[in-house]
Design a protein around this ligand. Structure first.
Ligand SMILES: C[S@@+](CC[C@H](N)C(=O)[O-])C[C@H]1O[C@@H](n2cnc3c(N)ncnc32)[C@H](O)[C@@H]1O
Length: 190
C-alpha cells in the first residue's frame, strides 16, 4: 500500500513486524489477521484493473495465492468472475474471508499449506519459491496465465526463467513515481 494513500476504514495494523523473520511464522499472520480486517499490500485493484482486464475474462478460473484480507477477489467477483479460489497459509485469514465472501455468493476459500516463502532470499527460501513456481506451473492449464504483481524488478525474478518452465514471460509497469511490476507468465507459448 502506498503510504500516502488514505488507510482503509477498517482497522489496520502497521506495515510490517519488527523483524522480517516474523513473515515466516504463521502465528504472525494469524495474529495480524485477527485484529486487521482489510489491508492491501500493494496498490488496490483500481490501479491495475486496466491490466487485469486484458487477461482475465468472466469465464476465467482464478486462483489467488496468499489472499490475506485483500479485497482483490471481491473486485474480481464484481467484474463477473465467479470461478475464484482464494488460498492462504493463515487459517484466520481464510476463516474471515469465508465469512465475508460467502454472503456474496462465493463458494471457494481454502486454507492451503505454504505455497512458498517470498520473503527470505536464503537458499532454502529460494527452493521454496521455486517449489511455489513449480506448483503454479503444474496447475496452470495450457495457455493459462500466472499474474504476479510486485515491486521486485525483473532481475529479481530470474527463477521465472528456469528451463523447466514452458511459459513466456512478459511484464509491464504501473504506478506514478514508484513503479509496480505486473508480470504475465503464459504457459506453453514459448
Ligand atoms: C504480504 S501479504 C499479501 C496479502 C494480499 N495478497 C495483498 O496483496 O494484500 C502475504 C499473504 O500471504 C500469506 N502467506 C505467507 N506465506 C505464505 C505461504 N508460504 N503460503 C501461502 N500463503 C502465505 C500470508 O498469510 C499473507 O496473507
Amino acid at each position: 500500500m502506498d503510504e500516502t494513500e488514505k488507510p482503509s476504514e477498517a482497522k489496520r495494523t502497521t506495515v510490517g513486524p519488527p523483524s522480517v523473520l516474523a513473515y515466516l511464522d504463521p502465528n504472525y499472520w494469524n495474529e495480524r489477521f485477527t485484529s486487521e480486517d482489510h489491508y492491501e499490500w500493494l496498490k488496490d485493484y483500481s490501479h491495475f484493473r486496466h491490466l487485469i482486464q486484458q487477461h482475465i475474462k468472466p469465464d476465467s478460473s482464478v486462483l489467488e495465492l496468499g489472499c490475506g484480507n485483500s479485497q482483490l477477489c471481491d473486485e474480481l467477483y464484481k467484474e463477473g468472475i465467479s470461478k475464484l479460489t482464494c488460498i492462504d497459509l493463515s487459517s484466520v485469514a481464510v476463516a474471515k474471508m469465508q465469512k465475508r465472501l460467502f454472503s456474496k455468493g462465493y463458494k471457494d476459500v481454502k486454507r492451503k499449506e505454504p505455497c512458498g516463502d517470498p520473503w527470505n532470499p536464503r537458499p532454502e527460501a529460494e527452493n521454496k519459491a521455486m517449489a511455489m513456481l513449480q506448483g503454479v506451473h503444474r496447475v496452470l492449464k495450457p495457455h493459462g496465465i500466472f499474474i504476479s504483481i510486485a515491486f521486485g524488478q525483473p532481475h529479481f525474478r530470474r527463477p521465472f526463467n528456469a528451463p523447466e518452465f514452458t511459459w513466456s514471460i512478459d511484464y509491464t509497469t504501473f504506478g506514478d513515481g514508484f513503479h509496480y511490476f505486473f508480470y504475465i507468465l503464459r504457459k506453453n507459448e514459448l
